[in-house]
Structures are given as C-alpha cells and as structure tokens.
Design a protein around this ligand. Sequence first.
Ligand code: HEC
Length: 116
Amino acid sequence: MTGIRALLVAALVVVALPAAAADPPDAARGEKVFLRYCELCHGRLADGTGRAAPLHDPRPANLRVSKVSEDYKRRIILGGGKSVGRSQAMPSWRAELSEGQVDDVLAYLRSIRIDP
Ligand code: HEC
C-alpha cells in the first residue's frame, strides 16, 4: 500500500513539475517566434510592412503602435482575425504556438512598443 502511495506521489510530482518550471514570458524568445511566424506580414520591425503586407486589405497591423489590449492580442493570435470579426488574412496560430510562446511574443511586442 505504501509502495503504491509512494508511486502515486512520484507520478504526481512528475506531472506537476513542467508547469512549476515554466519560465516567465521572455521577449528574446518572443522575438524568435515573431521572426519565424509573423515577420512575413507584420514586417521585421512589426510596423506592418512585411513582404506579404501589400497582398492584404486591410493591411497587417502596425504592432508597435497597436492600441488593442493584451487580452485582445492573445485572442486574435490564437483564434485568428475571424475569431474577433476581423480579416481572416490574420491566421490562427493555435496549431503552431503554445500559450507560452504567445506570452513570449506579447512580451516582445511590449518591449518594442512605441508610445506616441
Ligand atoms: C499572412 C499574414 C499575417 C501573418 C503571417 C500574421 N498576421 Fe497578424 N495580422 C494580419 C492582418 C492582415 C491583420 C489585420 C486584420 C484586420 O485589420 O482585419 C493582422 C492583425 C494582427 C493583430 C491585431 C493588432 C491590432 O492592433 O488590431 C495582432 C496582435 C497580430 N496580427 C499579431 C500577429 C502575430 C503575433 C503574428 C505571428 C504569430 C501574426 N500576426 C502573423 C496578417 C498576418
């Protein structure tokens, strides 16, 4: 019985560890995610001037001066433009990005934000 209990406790620790060890959001990691998945449309400087920007109407947003909330950004990143009633040219990233990666991208966008 104690053997089984010890095993259960050990199993619980193994399951709980990854969550406890999760790093806080990191802008440097977020930049890598951004350059891989977002640059094409939003541009190297996240100002809405990526290579594919001219293909889209409305244009990809300038994320440096974006006025939408963090919560809204998280929703449009995970669910795509359509999920918030905007252009479906903004893809859903749910299949590619983990919640942690989205937090990293949001940290990166905060770090390059231009406050007028
Ligand atoms: C295929 C082109 C494309 C890619 C790739 C893309 N986006 Fe977008 N994104 C758009 C377009 C177009 C809009 C504007 C939609 C509209 O105005 O209806 C947009 C809008 C947004 C907005 C809303 C900003 C605001 O101020 O309203 C956020 C946030 C955003 N994108 C983040 C991202 C992130 C983060 C990535 C990478 C994970 C990404 N996008 C990749 C095309 C793209």
